[in-house]
Ligand binder design. Structure first.
Ligand SMILES: Nc1ncnc2c1ncn2[C@@H]1O[C@H](COP(=O)(O)OP(=O)(O)OP(=O)(O)O)[C@@H](O)[C@H]1O
Ligand SMILES: [Mg+2]
Length: 224
């Protein structure tokens, strides 16, 4: 069976990429080979090589097996809007089976594949499907990155309920400290531990700079 993780978050901008980079670094340090996917991205930069998304570029940098960009990020859109809307503007339909085929190819080339979603769990990817169907098709255990800020309790509990309802395996959740000034951090983490009956994989502290090696040290995947 393919080993890896699907990284989702309580929202956009909650630290999915930061945590994914830390996780990949940790897996590499443990002696595993790693590869990555960021199937959908919006808000890409135009470069001489084509559209490039910063998350996908950073994930490739961190992975030990580095596939071609187009395989890591088969759907890359320029406007920073919801991916299915960006796709519609280009008369493109995001096709889950195309993503799954590439995923099968890449996941056979490393011990672990780390896949970063876009936005949160229920972000639509086309008229019928959401990120949830994408994660389900890839059949990887999900890690929920909870961006610790006001509103995160509701978002985290709803997200986990939805993942469980879909019958998708959950590796656990991570508390990611997005700000130095979030009061009641510990009390919020305690509340989520009480409400989420899934493994807690650690608290990543606030860090000015993105440091994958240090981030990885706060992520406990020994039981994941
Ligand atoms: N632990 C942390 N300490 C300090 N800053 C953080 C931390 N985690 C994330 N950030 C910052 O928060 C912002 C969002 O993080 P990141 O890009 O990882 O989120 P994301 O969930 O991947 O976003 P997107 O939905 O755009 O993919 C970035 O500027 C990042 O550097
Ligand atoms: Mg990201």
């Amino acid at each position: 069976m393919t080993k890896g993780f699907f990284i989702t978050g309580t929202d956009t901008d909650v630290g999915k990429t930061r945590i994914a980079l830390g996780l990949i670094n940790k897996l590499n340090t443990m002696g595993h080979t790693t590869t990555v996917m960021k199937p959908l991205s919006a808000g890409c930069d135009s470069t001489p090589d084509g559209l490039r998304n910063d998350d996908a570029v950073q994930l490739i940098q961190q992975a030990s097996f580095k596939p071609d960009y187009d395989k890591v990020n088969p759907y890359a859109f320029k406007p920073a809007i919801a991916p299915h809307l960006a796709a519609e503007k280009e008369n493109t339909v995001i096709d889950l089976s195309r993503i799954k085929n590439i995923f099968d190819e890449l996941s056979a080339q490393a011990d672990y594949i780390v896949v970063e979603g876009a936005g949160g769990w229920k972000v639509p990817i086309n008229k019928q499907q959401t990120m949830a169907e994408l994660a389900s098709a890839l059949a990887l255990p999900v890690i929920l990155v909870t961006g610790m800020r006001l509103g995160c309790l509701n978002h985290a509990i709803l997200t986990i309920e939805s993942i469980q309802h879909a019958g998708i395996p959950i590796a656990g959740w991570i508390a990611n400290t997005l700000s130095k000034d979030f009061t009641e951090l510990d009390a919020n983490i305690k509340t989520l531990k009480e409400h989420l009956e899934i493994p807690f994989l650690g608290t990543v502290p606030y860090m000015e700079k993105c440091e994958p090696q240090l981030t990885g040290q706060y992520i406990n995947i020994s039981n994941a």
